[in-house]
Design a protein around this ligand. Structure first.
Ligand code: NAD
Length: 369
């Protein structure tokens, strides 16, 4: 039996616990097969942690996150906590995890399953076979830069300030992740910034170019302005393989790429930190939020979270075969016509979160028989 894999599960708020339940079923299924055992801890984050501990992430849970091999998170937030100040809100728990685990690279694949090609708002021939990866810088840039704040001016106006800032090492480490990924894919990287109007963008372009020349000349590198990239993603998304960009542009471009796949409910993500002692800190989570509009109704699509778990198997545990089996099981269920409401199409069978989980487990049984 393989050694224990230590993981921390943080279901969070809204649909988080509902979709995570389906992951627990897959983990139990894997445990039963005895190919691997998971040492699973569970904790609170976001609104549920505020309700229980008064803070969106307790020090104990933070320490747990630092001690495990990987963290899997559902989603945080909801109207109940919307009036709180930014530093006390559910999202602050997630930002603390990202910051203290030094998760500087956010990987968001946009993969269009053949069975869902019609769910995209783009024409089928534009998105069929789409498989791209956006690598977003996650711990720097304008979301963290100082000075920041809202101040009262003498003339009675107010002024809001945020600062876009990047250093050489911040740029190089995230670009390195992109180049390494590209080597395992189609050896093509698009580096995206606004070097035409922002100094931080110019530095980004210079540093990525330098690293490329020094270590990754076997990978094709193209530079693109962020606004053009937004257009190109809609026009011809299959020209891209790996896109690397900063925190702000990555936030937007990855949501745009998300929509090509039809539903937020299908999108996984991984956030990776530095490698120390052969171990890389990592947090896996679906791209979607806590979806308060459908929470508690067994309607949520669990596939984004299951695919995030599959990414965890791949990137944290090198369990490529098991990850592939889960992905194949999901694909087979979709090919069989099973759909949660968010990806429903004509002639398909509408199902609940739980029934989608049942179907995927049945498919896993078949695939491993
Ligand atoms: P959202 O992603 O929660 O929902 C957007 C829309 O997509 C909703 O109509 C929702 O029903 C639908 N949707 C999302 N996930 C789905 C799934 N798995 N299955 C079916 N439908 C799904 O975004 P929002 O409505 O802007 O935000 C709601 C709350 O979530 C807010 O409090 C926000 O701050 C928070 N949020 C959290 C995260 C996170 O935890 N990483 C990310 C985004 C938003």
């Amino acid at each position: 039996m393989a050694a224990n894999k230590k993981l921390l599960i943080l279901p969070g708020d809204g649909i988080g616990p509902e979709v995570m339940r389906q992951v627990r079923r897959v983990i139990d299924w894997m445990d039963r097969r005895r190919s691997v055992t998971f040492d699973v801890q569970e904790g609170l984050v976001g609104g549920s942690a505020i309700d229980q501990h008064g803070v969106p992430l307790s020090d104990e849970t933070m320490a747990d996150a630092m001690g495990v091999d990987a963290v899997l998170l559902g989603a945080v937030g909801g109207p109940k906590w919307d009036q709180m100040s930014f530093d006390k809100r559910p999202e602050a728990g997630l930002l603390r995890l990202r910051k203290e685990m030094e998760l500087f690279a956010n990987l968001r694949p946009a993969l269009v399953f053949d069975a869902l090609v019609d769910a995209s708002t783009l024409k089928p021939d534009i998105v069929r076979g789409l498989d791209l990866m956006i690598v977003r810088e996650l711990t720097g840039g304008v979301y963290f830069g100082e000075p920041r704040g809202i101040e009262d001016l003498a003339n009675g106006e107010r002024r809001g300030v945020n600062t876009q800032v990047y250093t050489t090492s911040e740029i190089r480490r995230v670009a390195r992740v992109a180049f390494e990924l590209a080597r395992k894919r189609s050896r093509k990287v698009h580096s995206v910034e606004k070097a035409n109007v922002m100094e931080s963008g110019l530095l980004w372009r210079q540093e990525v170019t330098k690293l490329h020349q020094e270590e990754y000349s076997d990978v094709e590198l193209q530079h693109m302005y962020a606004d053009n990239c937004a257009m190109q993603l809609i026009k011809a998304p299959k020209q891209f393989d790996v896109i690397v960009t900063d925190n702000l542009f990555g936030d937007m471009l990855s949501d745009e790429a998300a929509m090509m796949t039809g539903s937020l409910g299908m999108l996984p993500s991984a956030s990776l930190g530095a490698e120390t002692g052969g171990k890389r800190r990592a947090l896996y989570e679906p791209v979607h939020g806590s979806a308060p509009d459908i929470a508690g109704r067994d309607l949520a699509n669990p596939i984004a979270t299951l695919l995030s778990f599959a990414m965890m198997l791949r990137y944290s545990f090198d369990m490529h075969e098991d990850a592939g089996t889960i992905e194949r099981a999901i694909e087979n269920v979709l090919n069989g016509g099973m759909r949660t409401a968010d990806i429903m199409g004509p002639g398909m069978a509408r199902c609940s979160t739980g029934v989608m989980g049942d179907s995927i487990l049945r498919e896993l049984d078949k695939l491993s028989a």
